[in-house]
Write a protein that binds this ligand. Structure first.
Ligand code: ATP
Ligand code: MG
Length: 496
């Protein structure tokens, strides 16, 4: 696959400029770059989801111009998009086989479908065939998406951040699948912010910056630091800011007792003091997000009490949570966090409109000034605040979600995977933000599947396992967290 001088403009934004890219058949080729660098746009052009304005695309030396993803697919090119695109009402098997030969035979030949699905399952993804996709957790949905691309037996797959919801284990399994596909001659274009895995998995790496190719080099000749410098045009010092422990007399801001959810969270109790970052570690599905949502009124509590600033509070809806000063940065920005069709302006101020109104009149200039201020603070790169959030790159959407909660700082910030999909420089900015907010007295509950984030940022870590607190650690220690998360150690004395 080859691109020659490909350019693409969205209104006033030059998303890609004269991009040259040559990808060898059967190779695993990475695309890296900051949020908004143009990676997804490039992937979508290759897979027929966008048309380039100028330049040429060649497949097997033959010029192609796909008018739609369907045309690209017919020519053997599939895209695993950054935002998943599954049909929630259909089963896992149907989603995976949608549009393939086995599916075209229809329900009439359920046996063929089942056999084909069985073959695919040998990849080791352990997905239930008959469960509706909508009821699966994010990580499993991501696996369905991957399996679907593999099922289509295409010759080129563009994977746009396929591992963002996967555990390290699951990601390793995906890498095995990718290597296997490549060995069979399938070409893989792999887009990711996880630079270490990029170097481990890929043969060639192309760095994009502001829509232009900075360079393409063999991965073997690259280091993470070198890539970062090429991506952001400068070198980045320490990623994690130094820890600032909360004042020894800092009052408890959030107190949770005996929390139980309709899921499997039971008997969860903990306190978070002002200025403290409490980490919630554990495997995906261990109940961390359930706790987050239950405290923020987004999931029903079966039992348990919540106190904010030592006052018992009733939080039975997200609206009540906001009023009590509890903000949730949810795990899935698409499903829970943002109204993608609305503007940046509206999304950021949605929960706070009362603060920008006087006598029923919206104070537009005040609203705009405040939104600009918080967007600058978190480094949102948006051409205009009035543009829809859906036109921003994935990482910038994540930053808009952050801006939304900073607009009126809460007492308690629950951050569930706050850096999912954001580039290294933005990660750094988000870490500094979290540390800065804590320093100003906010209580922060931090959930992350990147263990390093929890260990480097949190002052204390609770490890969840199967809906319960398996232990509490004051000293960040990776091995101890993993032992507790996997249940290979007795609960510690700190466990309640
Ligand atoms: N549909 C669209 N309408 C308008 N602008 C768009 C659209 N899609 C992308 N853009 C803009 O094009 C630029 C490149 O975006 P793109 O999504 O390709 O970035 P990316 O490298 O994938 O970033 P990320 O790491 O955040 O996913 C950004 O400035 C983005 O705002
Ligand atoms: Mg992207």
């Amino acid at each position: 696959m080859e691109l020659r001088a490909v350019s693409k403009r969205f209104g006033g934004v030059q998303a890609l400029r004269d991009v040259d890219l040559a990808v060898r058949q059967g190779s695993i080729h990475a695309l890296v770059g900051e949020n908004g660098a143009g990676k997804s746009t490039l992937g979508k052009i290759i897979a027929g989801a966008h048309r380039h304005d100028s330049g040429e695309m060649l497949v097997d030396g033959r010029p192609v111009a796909y008018g739609s993803p369907r045309e690209a697919l017919a020519d053997g090119i599939a895209l695993i998009a950054q935002e998943l695109s599954l049909v929630p009402g259909l089963s896992v098997m149907e989603n995976v086989l949608l549009g393939t030969e086995a599916h075209r035979l229809g329900m009439l030949d359920a046996r063929t479908m089942r056999r084909r699905f069985g073959e695919l399952e040998e990849l080791g993804f352990n997905l239930p065939a008959d469960v509706p996709v909508g009821s699966l957790r994010m990580a499993d949905q991501q696996k369905v998406e991957i399996l679907r691309a593999v099922a289509r037996e295409v010759r080129l797959i563009v994977m746009d951040e396929p591992t963002t919801s996967l555990t390290p284990d699951e990601a390793e399994r995906l890498f095995a699948v990718i290597r296997d596909q490549a060995a069979r001659g399938t070409t893989i274009i792999y887009i990711s912010h996880a630079l270490e895995s990029v170097l481990e998995l890929c043969e060639e790496v192309t760095v994009l910056r502001d829509g232009q190719v900075v360079r393409t080099t063999p991965a073997a000749r690259q280091t993470v630091e070198g890539l970062v410098t090429a991506m952001i045009g400068r070198s980045l010092g320490a990623i994690f800011p130094p820890k600032q422990p909360p004042a020894s007399d800092a009052p408890v801001v959030l107190s949770v007792r005996g929390l139980a959810t309709s899921g499997w969270v039971r008997g969860v109790s903990f306190d978070v003091r002002g200025g403290e970052i409490l980490g919630l570690a554990g495997l995906i599905g261990s109940g961390r997000s359930e706790i987050a949502r239950a405290i923020a009124g987004a999931e029903r509590r079966e039992a348990g009490t919540i106190e904010i600033d030592q006052q018992p509070v009733r939080i039975n809806s997200p609206r009540e949570a906001v009023r009590r000063g509890v903000a949730l940065l949810p795990e899935s920005r698409k499903a829970q966090g943002l109204v993608l069709g609305n503007s940046v302006l509206d999304n950021v101020t949605l929960p706070h409109m009362h603060a920008f109104q006087r006598g029923g009149v919206v104070l537009r200039s005040r609203q705009r000034a405040r939104v600009q201020e918080v967007c600058d603070q978190v480094g949102v790169r948006a051409p205009t605040l009035s543009g829809s959030v859906s036109s921003l790159s994935g990482g910038n959407q994540q930053k808009v979600m952050f801006a939304k909660w900073l607009c009126r700082p809460p007492r308690v910030l629950i951050a569930d995977e706050p850096t999912r999909g954001v580039d290294v420089a933005a990660k750094h900015a988000i870490y500094e933000l979290l540390v800065g907010l804590a320093a100003r007295g906010m209580a922060i509950l931090l959930i992350s599947s990147e263990l390093e984030e929890v260990l480097e940022l949190a002052h204390r870590v609770l490890v969840m396992r199967r809906g319960r607190i398996a232990g509490e650690l004051d000293q960040a220690d990776e091995k101890a967290v993993l032992r507790l998360a996997f249940g290979t150690a007795e609960p510690q004395s700190g466990a309640r």
